[in-house]
Ligand binder design. Structure first.
Ligand SMILES: CC(=O)N[C@H]1[C@@H](OP(=O)(O)OP(=O)(O)OC[C@H]2O[C@@H](n3ccc(=O)[nH]c3=O)[C@H](O)[C@@H]2O)O[C@H](CO)[C@@H](O)[C@@H]1O
Ligand SMILES: C=C(OP(=O)(O)O)C(=O)O
Length: 418
């Protein structure tokens, strides 16, 4: 089984470029099912998750051409299937994002129910509530959800929680519904805005993306377009924390400070210097890192996808930090692995109390999920000796060439195929 090996490294120095956002590109590729003509996407990260969503579209009948320089072309003019099987959905929950587009385009969709995962049970009730409100008949059975509608009709949909996936799926389903759909308490993440911009480029009429109320005026059909996805704010944040933890000086390119506000604010609270420029940030930590408290929240709150990486950093900060996870009910699996490296972390329900220690020690650890894996890499950079991380397929879901990018900054990190 492949492993990532990390050895104690010098302070990271240099520049690193962030790839296109995983959480933008997945719904955007799913949305390509809506267009009658071919779409061109730029800055597509070479990730396992991108491969899986492309497999899902191909199985539905889209023609996907991979071009050089992170460009892909998707032609969904002749889709002939309305099903996403368990073999694909179980590889990646985000496969469920094809349900909204299929319902809009084919009037029918049959998708395997995504299960829970290491971070929580992750129900899809809000997605289904939205489809039902638009007039779809929903049947759940034998591990599949089947939705069908002769026509979708716009309605007002209030989300009990600003779910990212539900907002995206409902927004896509509503693009061609009759009349107006209003999503209230919608998620406001930058990835929602990116998806809305893509859909509007196809001819959709979506207003308010990025606020808690999104208004979609249905149109007859959607056409082809060209779109470049936004940079990955979680990848950017991960390299920023790597710079801070190692006492380094790193410029992160293709990082939008506007999308990184909570991360920048929290790093500054820890005494880390962050310089914001148009599309890059420079992070310097010359005097160690101080403790701080963190509470994860929907955007523009502190992102749950950065919680594990911050916990790794806070485990060697001066003082005690409290980390509260409000978005997922079980996103502290990395704490157990960090403790194996010598971190002092106590978990009480959704709170973790992190008492900073002077040093971590390298150990054999397991990436329990994507960001847990990233956190263990960061911990390995400052831990004495060698850290061996297993189950790295989680990390490959969301980070393009993380070993190469960190090595470029001076980290001692490599992949072992043993
Ligand atoms: C591919 C992608 O974009 N993934 C991101 C997306 O996941 P995802 O879209 O799955 O996350 P959601 O915002 O939907 O989930 C947030 C919370 O809402 C709950 N919920 C969600 C839907 C639903 O129908 N019912 C329900 O109860 C979930 O269990 C969770 O506790 O947003 C998360 C929250 O920022 C991020 O961590 C993920 O990286
Ligand atoms: C939880 C994450 O992703 P997903 O929703 O794809 O599991 C993540 O990116 O940290």
């Amino acid at each position: 089984m492949a492993k990532i090996i990390v050895e104690k490294s010098a302070p990271l120095k240099g520049t690193v470029r962030v790839s296109g956002a995983k959480n933008s590109v997945l719904p955007i590729i799913a949305a390509s099912l809506l267009a009658q003509e071919h779409c061109t996407l730029e800055d597509i990260p070479e990730l396992k998750d991108v491969e899986v969503i492309c497999e899902v579209l191909t199985s539905i009948g889209s023609d996907i051409k991979k071009k050089p320089n992170g460009i892909i072309e998707i032609n969904s003019s002749r889709i002939d299937n309305f099903e996403a099987p368990y073999e694909l959905v179980r590889k990646m929950r985000a496969s469920f994002l094809v349900m909204g587009p299929l319902l809009a385009r084919m009037g029918r969709a049959r998708i395997a129910l995504p299960g829970g995962c290491a971070i929580g049970t992750r129900p899809i009730d809000l997605h289904l509530k939205g489809f039902h409100a638009l007039g779809a008949k929903i049947d759940v059975g034998h591990g599949y959800v089947e939705a069908s509608a002769e026509k979708l009709v716009g309605d007002k949909i209030y989300l009990d929680f600003p779910s990212v996936g539900a907002t995206e799926n409902i927004m896509m389903a509503a693009t061609m519904a009759e009349g107006i759909t209003i999503i209230q308490n919608a998620a406001e993440e930058p990835e929602i805005v990116d998806l809305a911009n893509y859909l509007n480029g196809m001819g959709a009429q979506i207003k308010g993306a990025g606020t808690d109320t999104i208004r979609i005026q249905g149109v007859q059909a959607l056409k082809g377009t060209r779109h470049a996805v936004i940079p990955d704010r979680v990848e950017a944040g991960t390299y920023m924390v790597a710079a801070a933890m190692t006492g380094g000086d790193v410029t992160v390119l293709n990082a939008l400070p506007d999308h990184l506000k909570p991360i920048i604010a929290k790093l500054k609270e820890c005494g880390v210097e962050v310089q914001e420029n148009g599309d890059h940030v420079r992070v310097r930590a010359l005097n160690g890192v101080n403790s701080t408290d963190i509470k994860t929240l929907p955007y523009p709150g502190f992102p749950t996808d950065m919680q594990a990486q911050f916990m790794a950093m806070l485990s060697i900060a001066k003082g005690t930090s409290v980390v509260i996870e409000t978005v997922f009910e079980n996103r502290f699996m990395h704490a157990g692995e960090l403790k194996r490296m010598g971190a002092d972390i106590k978990i009480e329900g959704r709170s973790a109390v992190v008492q900073g220690v002077d040093k971590l020690q390298g150990a054999q650890v397991t990436a329990t999920d994507l960001r847990a894996g990233a956190a263990l890499i960061l911990a390995g950079l400052i831990a004495d000796g060698k850290t061996e991380i297993g189950d790295i397929y989680h990390i490959e879901r969301g980070y393009v060439g993380i070993e190469d990018k960190l090595r470029q900054l001076g980290a001692k990190i490599y992949r072992s195929e043993d």
